[in-house]
Design a protein around this ligand. Structure first.
Ligand code: PEP
Length: 257
């Protein structure tokens, strides 16, 4: 973390978990556990149908609500899809784009990720752009090339003034939901590389100010070490974000003065 230059953001990704009533219950429990002063921003990304319940439940808690996906067109004949304007209108602040599960199961590509980033920015949302390599790609030694490609294509055509609203999450696929965390050194190496990539694209001042998260089995026991890395400015958390006590312990790890 480096709070002097950029925000620390702890974001939960609930994936396809919890009903609207469970959302309310989670918020009530979280409220009793959250530290009074927060030096990091807290975001909870919930399934689309739970967004209204989440907006209501997290209202007075300084917890922002995020979506887990968005479609890139503004409106029209796209059955089942949700636009960025619809999310914004509900009070959503963040949206996860290009999560590896969406790339793997729903055909998301670097091209659609880029379109979604533009749509989110246009609507005034803050995209959390996910990038990350598979185990095979890591073992082939092409992690950095792949990450550079994903970052460059996600940000293609995004002007500098809009980049301030983007967050990049480094999520090695082999660490997501597997219990296998990247070591702090592995995570830091890639997050630093992402910042260097952004520096080449946008210059040093903007690269210094962008929030880069790590995601992949982050939990209370490893959060402090990961967040101690200067280029890791927070976490995108799946499993551990479903339990208020675990989520708060990660927030506390990011909340050190
Ligand atoms: C994720 O879904 O983005 C994630 C990192 O999941 P987990 O923390 O469960 O590995």
């Amino acid at each position: 973390m480096n709070r002097r230059y950029r925000k620390t953001i702890i974001a939960g990704n609930w994936k396809m978990n919890k009903t609207a009533s469970e959302t309310k219950k989670f918020a009530e429990e979280l409220k009793t556990l959250l530290p009074k002063a927060k030096w990091c921003d807290v975001v909870v990304c919930v399934p689309a149908v739970n967004i209204p319940a989440a907006i209501k439940a997290f209202k007075d808690m300084r917890v922002s609500v995020g979506a887990e996906n968005v479609f890139y067109e503004k409106s029209g004949a796209y059955t089942g899809e949700v636009s960025a304007d619809m999310l914004k209108d509900l009070g959503v602040k963040y949206v996860i784009i290009g999560h590896s599960e969406r790339r793997q199961y729903f055909g998301e590509t670097d091209v659609t990720v880029n379109k979604k980033v533009h749509a989110a920015l246009e609507a005034g949302l803050h995209p959390i752009i996910c990038v990350g390599e598979s185990l095979e790609q890591r073992e082939l030694g092409i992690t950095m090339e792949l990450i550079a490609l994903q970052v460059k294509s996600a940000l293609a055509g995004v002007p500098a003034e809009k980049l301030r609203r983007c967050v990049i999450a480094y999520e090695p696929i082999w660490a997501i939901g597997t219990g296998k965390t990247a070591t702090a050194e592995q995570a830091a190496e890639v997050c630093t590389f992402i910042r260097t990539t952004v520096r080449h694209l946008y210059g040093a001042r903007i690269a210094r100010s962008i929030t880069i998260q790590y995601g992949g089995s982050m939990k209370p026991s490893n959060a402090a070490e990961l967040l101690a890395q200067p280029d890791i400015d927070g976490g995108l958390i799946g499993g551990a974000a479903l339990k208020p006590d675990e989520f708060v312990n990660i927030i506390n790890a990011a909340n050190q003065e």
